[in-house]
Ligand binder design. Sequence first.
Ligand SMILES: NC(=O)c1ccc[n+]([C@@H]2O[C@H](COP(=O)([O-])OP(=O)(O)OC[C@H]3O[C@@H](n4cnc5c(N)ncnc54)[C@H](O)[C@@H]3O)[C@@H](O)[C@H]2O)c1
Ligand SMILES: O=c1ccn([C@@H]2O[C@H](COP(=O)(O)OP(=O)(O)O[C@H]3O[C@H](CO)[C@@H](O)[C@H](O)[C@H]3O)[C@@H](O)[C@H]2O)c(=O)[nH]1
Length: 478
Amino acid sequence: MAERIGVLGAGYVGLTTAACFAAMGHQVSAVDIDRAKVSRLRAGKVDLAEPGLAELVAEGLRERTLAFSGDFAAVAGSTMVFLCLPTPPGEDGTPDLRALRSALGDLGRALAPGTVVVTKSTVPVGTAQRIPEYLGRADLPVVSNPEFLREGRVVDDFRCPDRVVIGADPPDSPAADRVARLYRPTKARVVRTSSASAELAKYASNGFLAVKASYANTLAELCEQCGADVRDVSGVMGLDPRIGPHFLAPGPGWGGSCLPKDASALLRAADSAGVEFGLLRDAVRVNARQRTRMVRAIRTAATGRRDGSLDGVRIGVLGLAFKAGTGDVRDSPAVAVAAELVRHGAEVTAYDPAVQSEMDGGIVVDDPYLVAKDAAALAVLTEWPEFRDLDWRRLAEAAGRPVVVDTRNVLDPTVLAEAGFARIGVGIPMEVSDACSRSWLHPQAVAGPLQQRPDRPAAARSVRRKEGDRRTGPGGRP
Ligand SMILES: NC(=O)c1ccc[n+]([C@@H]2O[C@H](COP(=O)([O-])OP(=O)(O)OC[C@H]3O[C@@H](n4cnc5c(N)ncnc54)[C@H](O)[C@@H]3O)[C@@H](O)[C@H]2O)c1
Ligand SMILES: O=c1ccn([C@@H]2O[C@H](COP(=O)(O)OP(=O)(O)O[C@H]3O[C@H](CO)[C@@H](O)[C@H](O)[C@H]3O)[C@@H](O)[C@H]2O)c(=O)[nH]1
């Protein structure tokens, strides 16, 4: 049965939900308070670089199964309304439900009797129970349907999810049946629970991913100290189906718009419930330490010193997005590391294939080769596969010192070695890495291979920014 579906919020989750349900044959109206975004969407312009999404939006507009509006009245006649509104962290880490409450307050009276209100936003346990209060009416069925899609593959994840979670009180309510029916085309496993279990399952999943990634980052630190290779260690672990191969790659820390905020929310929920969730608290601490560790590695690679000022030291950054496959920089560890380098006085030039935004105190360029110019070190902060295929000889020629800190272990060591680049990976033993990684672990032994290059200065060069070096990229970025 085709439903008339209203979607509140046309961001990553809302736009995907709207476009995918429209493609499944439902009549969908999406409402967003961002009127400029609504105008662009009506013209078929999708801001998110998500494979397949723009095509689905175009199809929905063409078939007239998908419409966009800035006016809540557009969803008043819906049979189901999906809440896909932001739930950012408040000051104490508790999710800020103001967007949700204000939208429901505006909409409540307008909804027809029997309309099913479905929460897709990530919300604290107990929110479904409070929706009638936010709506100002108690006659509408409420269903909790947390979303698990990942950025960079939102359409694929929505169409082929690992699981669909549908929570209601009682779990077998007719409204929950109707929501479950919507997902039949996905052939996904549908898990029916209470609304509280559905709400907690979402936080529990992201919290667990955070713990797993922090485990991998701590393991990487240990590998560096004891001569093991984290890629082998995690490869062995991942072959155990009880552990699984995913989320074991070390990096500059986990970030994005979800994991950090959901970890904080889960910690707050545990605090309020009087449950000590030390494991998750430590995962958050490890995450902060990992960023600091990467800054220290880059500083040491650039100057041979673990501490001290980076005044005037040029550092080239490859990657700003919180992970490859997205242009999203919300809570990006790459941006945090770059900002910390700037804070210590470094002159940072950054490139990311999908990021157009400006960077506080640094320069974002639209050509990866510009980041190397006179750089005392390069740092790969996002695992874009195309960084492997850069012309590393050309980068070596441009760089002040051909040394790269590969915080994602994505580069090809052979290509780098042929280009004359010294590489410092994460969790990779000194034997596998080159002599430069020894300088990272033992700062007094500075940059052996660099001293063997007579045409290169052994120590970091302090390079003053020249006005002529400023480049203007697309989107008006400096
Ligand atoms: N991004 C993800 O990968 C992802 C995945 C699963 C769950 N979630 C959760 O889904 C929710 C939405 O996340 P998102 O990433 O899609 O957010 P987003 O920031 O991409 O989009 C939110 C949209 O809502 C709009 N909006 C804000 N207030 C509004 C209001 N009062 N009325 C109408 N529209 C309003 C904004 O203009 C924006 O377009 C959050 O709770 C998030 O935790 C996100
Ligand atoms: O082995 C790994 C895997 C990931 N990360 C980092 O972890 C962060 C989060 O990555 P990912 O989970 O892929 O990003 P999101 O798109 O934010 O997706 C997460 O957050 C969404 C919003 O809640 C959920 O729906 C998804 O299921 C959940 O994976 C990123 O900084 C990654 O670089 C690592 O450091 N190592």
